[in-house]
Design a binder for this molecule. Sequence first.
Ligand code: SF4
Ligand code: FES
Length: 543
Amino acid sequence: MPTITINGREIEFEKGKVILQVALDNGIEIPHYCYHDGLSIVANCRICLAEVWAPNPRNDDKLEPIPKLLPTCQTPAGDGQVVYTNSPKSILNQKAVMEYLLINHPVDCPVCDQAGECHLQDYSYQFGRGQARFAEQKIKQPKKDVGPHVLLYSDRCIMCTRCVRFTREVTGTNELIVVGRGATEQIDVFPGIALDNELSANVIDICPVGALLDKDFLFQQRVWFLHKTPSIDGITCSGDNISVEHNNGQVYRLKPRTNLDVNKWWITDEVRYGWKFVHDENRLRLPALRGEDPYDMIEAPVAYDAAYEKAVEGFSQARGIAALLSPMLSCEDAYLLAKMILEHEPDTMLAVGPVPHDGQDKTFPGGFTMYAEKAPNARGVKRVLAGFGKVLDFESFLEQIGNFNTLLITGNYPSDWVTPDLVSACTGKFTVVIDTLPTKLAASADVLIPGATWIEKAGTFENVNNRLQAFERAIDPIDYGKSEAQIALDLMARKVGETPRVYNAKSVHQEMAETHGMGEFLTDIHYPTGGEAVESDMEVVEL
Ligand code: SF4
Ligand code: FES
């Protein structure tokens, strides 16, 4: 295997990679702005330049310096090369580039959303001069509203052109362009065309400075207060890897998590902004019983006690149970709910809830696909229920529901999902509903128990390509909601008069494999890789 030496460290590398890639893959920091793994290489920012020595084949392969500094983002790594990014010549270039980029850059870090995750700020500390020599008036550039999700603060832009290349190469929509020349050059939208495509907000993530800003996150939170929890798209079947960024039980934003096997570096705007229902003011917060005054059960333990008692009583007296488990649930939720209900009635009819679709799948020129199926785990719920026996789809469930007098129905959709067919089919039957938002069915249920969205629990989803992926709990359930898995465990314990087990995904996987032959939950789940969390290097004092 060829080897290269970067800053004194000898590294083996695969042919075809550039020096910067080899360095980054091996944990060596080389400053870079314009380079991005998912975009073409333009080498226009010049901060990654380094001193390179290479064997000269015309001089017996003697190591000789290449006279000019080379852009490491564009220079292929070669066998026997020796690279110095910390030599006096390289450092001088880094300082010069930083000084040049900061000449017209406003010193507005205290009011910039990017502060704390800004490459310009970071490199300024690491590679900058620490002092400005530019005493003249800075050029002022305008702020622009470039699309439904994105604002452009032009005077913070360093003209790396990542955003322009994104709209050319990934979405193929070409909304962003470079206009002007020299110091007055700026990014703009093509006249009359807004930055409005299904992936538009990814430009915010790839902008290395605070020039492209998220309207939804604008001035909402300093990024160093945010905790990042690795998660999976909980809105569509994509299985896109995301990071839920939250503080004090409040979600502030979702960001893509790089996974070259799934979503690469991107997510759709639908996934990015689709979490708002988690904090919907109408979220179901306490269990309720039909005909009971909600103010009699204002205390959560009382309400749960009464709801569990009534549900278990109803299931025990049932003459046939049908259970509709939503494709929004995790595999573990579905497994425990199915197990619980089958303990009451071994012949329970199991079905997967309605799987919403919107339009057609759409693949962008860069290869990213946006899916029409708007549920994260239809395949996972079906897989789990199949481990217990026959599984019906929603239409067959509606056809056969007349044979049953007791129902367990779960929702957890981001908006009202209940069809008039379902409401009328449930009328007159003892119905237990577990859901997160109010619906007609929730209002008419005999027992209503508040569930938890995927952001409020840990579990596993199976995506459109049958990939099982684990996600972690980012925040606690809103108010007194509980994960469906925990509700199932509580109901199982209530039936036999025992103390309920606390839900733990790992032990559920063990049980699924041992008792229902679902060994894939021990071997095939992809867990998030670590290294996301960024620890502050200084003590943060909240005033
Ligand atoms: S707006 Fe951001 S991504 Fe676009 S060219 Fe400027 S600095 Fe680069
Ligand atoms: S990262 Fe190499 S020139 Fe910009």
